[in-house]
Design a protein around this ligand. Structure first.
Ligand code: SF4
Length: 438
């Protein structure tokens, strides 16, 4: 066995996972390995996994089966599983997929080069997921960016909330914040490197704190970074959405008028069982405060249907909340129990058929609301950043708006990465069409 010279990383799950893949890429490329264009051209293939839902894990096992075929046809290839599922299942992955060579959880990425050395030295399968470090922030690592325009900057890792359905605190450990000086240095480095947009990341990003610097203070500090175009952050917990953060959203010019604020359910009984730490009324009050401070702010959310004990009446309260808020977009999910979480041991009482019906209902409702939000934008002039040529092949550019919609427009390729004024001319029901306004 020898050390691999090239790598390919396949990533599933949330933005934090994609950001972690960039960190791992930086680590491997810094050690002299080169990126490969596809798994069959790589000597090391890493699958960065998500463990949040059963379905996501099944998909990974399916993918590992396909990679086994590639591996058996290759002269030399190592296969690794990293991320949340690696942390959750550890050695059990090897029982189902014994052709895997290494398994490493989210706090163990620094060990990857050493694990590759060990494998090269003839030692068998490497496991480095067992203890969550609890302090790791990787703040000295240089990520290898996939997107030259938008840069993720992880400012917190882990989560202390223990929502009863969520695996994150068990697989990513307790919440920790990167110190504010380091965050500012990262943001400056990315902006100097050409990033127009910075997205601050954390499982519960708005509970960030470093000494006296809370999240609002961090936002105000970063807002002053010269050359920064747009600043946004994800994912926010409603309970930690302070008045100070709302004021910062209203007052900092770089902060985009968009907030992803997962509500999960509109029923107090369900929210209580979920251990979300807020009520329906509290959530609606935060929405009112946001809309008063930042008129026209785009709000997106997560809705989880079929949680244990969710009655028809509980579900109708989620629907009513969606009607009241009219989110611009909602990520909708059906509940599936996760072993190791509190709710994982509860009676999964809503039938699959009923979960499916509820999911379809919220998806249909959200489509209506999204279309309404897009139609309301017709004729308006907004700020957008073209990010690439559109995949449609019709010569249009795909741009992002401050409210986080896609807008397709006819503009010269040289405008990619520039802040433009765009007049909205129509929509597809999910995306916008526009033209240059000046
Ligand atoms: S806030 Fe709740 S849902 Fe989000 S990562 Fe933490 S425990 Fe999971």
């Amino acid at each position: 066995m020898r050390k691999p010279k090239s790598y390919y990383i396949e990533t599933y799950g949330c933005q934090m996972n994609f950001s972690d893949s960039e960190l791992v890429e930086g680590l491997l490329a810094g050690g002299g390995m080169r990126p490969a264009p596809s798994p069959d051209k790589a000597e090391l293939v890493l699958v960065n996994t998500c463990g949040v839902r059963e379905h996501a894990e099944q998909r990974v096992f399916g993918r590992l089966g396909a990679l086994k075929t590639i591996k058996s046809g290759a002269d030399f290839m190592l296969l690794g599983v990293i991320g949340c599922m690696a942390q959750r299942l550890g050695g059990k992955i090897l029982e189902q997929a014994p052709w895997v060579d290494l398994v490493a959880g989210p706090d163990a990425y620094r060990a990857l080069p050493q694990m590759l050395d060990e494998l090269a030295g003839g030692n068998a399968v490497q496991l480095a997921q067992l203890e969550l470090d609890g302090k790791e922030t990787y703040e000295d690592l240089r990520p290898r960016r996939a997107d030259p325009i938008s840069a993720w900057v992880p400012v917190t890792r882990g989560c202390d909330n223990f929502c009863s359905y969520c695996i994150v605190p068990y697989v990513r450990g307790r919440e920790r914040s990167v110190d504010a000086d380091t965050v500012e240095r990262w943001v400056r480095r990315e902006v100097e490197g050409g990033a127009r947009e910075i997205v601050l990341l954390g499982q519960n990003v708005n509970s960030y704190h470093d000494g006296d610097t809370d999240f609002a203070a961090l936002l105000r500090r970063l807002d002053k970074v010269e050359g920064l175009g747009w600043l946004r952050f994800v994912t926010s917990h409603p309970r930690d959405l302070s008045d100070r953060i709302i004021e910062a959203l209203a007052q900092c010019p770089t902060l985009c008028e968009h907030l992803h604020l997962p509500v999960q359910s509109g029923s107090d009984a369900v929210l209580g069982r979920m251990n979300r730490g807020y009520t329906r009324n509290y959530y609606l009050e935060r929405v009112r405060a946001l809309r008063q401070a930042v008129p026209g702010i785009s709000l997106t959310t997560d809705i989880l249907v079929g949680f244990p004990g969710e009655s028809e009446e509980d579900f109708s309260r989620s629907v009513a909340l969606m009607e009241e808020v009219r989110f611009d977009y909602a990520y909708t999910f059906r509940y599936s129990p996760r072993p190791g979480t509190r709710a994982g041991g509860w009676d999964d009482s809503v039938t699959d058929a009923e979960k499916g019906r509820r999911l379809e209902q919220v998806i249909a409702l959200q489509l209506l609301h999204t279309r309404g939000a897009l139609e309301a934008m017709t004729g308006r002039v907004i700020e957008a950043i073209p990010v690439r040529e559109a995949r449609s092949g019709d010569g249009k550019l795909q741009a992002r708006t401050r409210s986080h919609f896609n807008v397709f427009l006819s503009a010269d390729k040289s405008t990619v990465g520039k802040l433009l004024k765009v007049r909205i001319t129509g929509n597809t029901g999910m995306n916008l069409y526009g033209e240059l306004a000046e």
